[in-house]
Design a protein around this ligand. Structure first.
Ligand code: PLP
Length: 407
């Protein structure tokens, strides 16, 4: 059955907002996506009617919240194709997920003289934690470069891998270039060299999903708020064989078996990595967001995004002096661009006054800016609730802004 994308927007109350008296055109979905009413209602209802700290109380509300939290974990495990809920850890977001691996994996597996490989197109969240840990451990950080078209030069991986490589950290989809590296051969090559792979799925999960077992990645990180769920919740998937060996990242309540001053034992997976009160309401909200997606034909949602991306590419490319960065086939619905002689911030500010929300700046990926010798870009990132006429408004807005700024 065909999806009515105009109707689907009614599920997202914020989309009917006016900004400066103009209908909101929200094209900053790569930064955070808007929430459907069912997610808002779920979080609200829990706060109003059913809030008790999980895994602790024997009272009614604590038990109901624990059940809902663990049900959300099961739904997420199914959604990402994990072998078991033991491999699904709730964190505060992708950044926390990656830092958990950076700390705990490194504690167990990384030493002086070892190396970790990342790529030039990563978000800072998949660069800085590795720099910190490599400095701490006396290890080296190696980088797979990309070319000017935004293609990750994965053919260089073989030269970077050696018998001291302990981990490869790579994005499923670049939040700037939209590139989706072909991960299967990369992961296979790393595994042939005995190297596990962490995939940053922050954008990838939104624009195509994942099956972690088919992909055979060893760790997978994503954030709830980009997947139409609440903020402050994220997921770390990890293969049990690694998680079981890794020491906990944080100590505290709920991650322990028994505690005494002589000896403390840790809880079983996944709770070993969930110290303290987690964002259990956020986790339940994320489960709801995934349920919302699953109640639609997800393939059709993605086709709509792909059609929007083609349309936006075509229309933006026709603007005089506009350059799109990242022109790989099959890119996800993220378009970053700059202008000859005009600063992206100036365009972004004028677009804002027209009610159009785009991202301007480095997109937390300064090495990508450095690659092109620039300091900022504009980014339009589309979700399935965006419409072609919003792209038309964006193009009109940019044309108007350029006319004003070049005058
Ligand atoms: N990785 C990628 C590819 C991203 O796009 C982002 C956020 O923009 C992150 C990691 C970090 O996500 P968060 O800030 O939700 O932890």
């Amino acid at each position: 059955m065909d999806i009515d994308f105009r109707k689907i927007r009614e599920d997202f109350p914020i989309l009917s907002q006016k900004i400066y008296g103009k209908p909101l055109i929200y094209l900053d979905n790569g930064a955070t996506a808007q929430k459907p009413q069912c997610v808002i209602d779920k979080v609200n209802t829990l706060h109003c009617e059913m809030n008790g700290n999980i895994h602790r109380g024997i009272h009614f509300m604590s038990e109901r919240c624990t059940e809902a939290y663990e049900a959300a974990r099961s739904r997420i495990a199914d959604f990402i194709g994990a072998a078991s809920t033991r491999e699904v850890i709730f964190t505060s977001g992708a950044t926390a997920s990656i830092n958990t691996v950076a700390y705990s994996f490194a504690e167990r597996y990384l030493g002086a003289g070892d190396n970790v490989i990342t790529t030039e197109m990563e978000h800072h969240a998949n660069i800085v934690p590795w720099q910190i840990v490599c400095q701490r451990k006396g290890a080296e950080l190696r980088v797979i470069p990309f070319d000017d078209e935004g293609r990750l030069m994965t053919e260089q991986l073989e030269q970077l891998l050696d018998d001291r490589t302990r981990l490869l950290c790579i994005t499923q989809a670049s939040n700037v270039l939209g590139t989706r590296p072909d991960l299967a051969p990369v992961i296979a090559a790393a595994h042939r060299a005995g190297v596990p792979v962490l995939v940053d799925g922050c954008q990838g999960i939104v624009h195509g999903g994942v099956n972690v077992q088919e992909l055979d990645c060893d760790f997978y990180a994503f954030s709830g708020h980009k997947l139409y769920g609440p903020t402050g919740i994220g997921v770390l998937y990890g293969k049990e064989k690694y998680l079981a060996e890794m020491p906990p990242f944080m100590g505290g309540g709920d991650m322990v078996g028994t505690v005494s001053f002589q000896k403390t034992t840790y809880a079983e997976l996944p709770l070993k990595f969930e110290a303290g009160t987690t964002n259990y309401i956020g986790a339940i909200g994320l489960g709801e967001a995934i349920g919302y997606l699953q109640s639609h034909d997800i393939a059709a949602l993605l086709q709509h995004e792909a059609a929007l991306t083609r349309y936006a590419t075509e229309r933006l490319s026709a603007i005089d002096g506009l350059r799109i960065y990242g022109t790989q086939p099959h890119k996800c619905s993220i378009l970053s661009f700059g202008f000859q002689g005009v600063h992206p911030f100036d365009v972004g500010m004028i677009l804002d006054k027209l009610g159009i929300a785009v991202r301007t700046g480095t997109h937390c990926a300064e090495p990508v800016m450095t690659h092109y010798g620039i300091t900022a870009m504009v980014r339009a990132s589309m979700a399935f609730y965006n419409l072609p006429e919003e792209i038309d408004r964006l193009v009109e807005g940019i044309t108007r802004a350029l006319r004003m700024l070049r005058a």
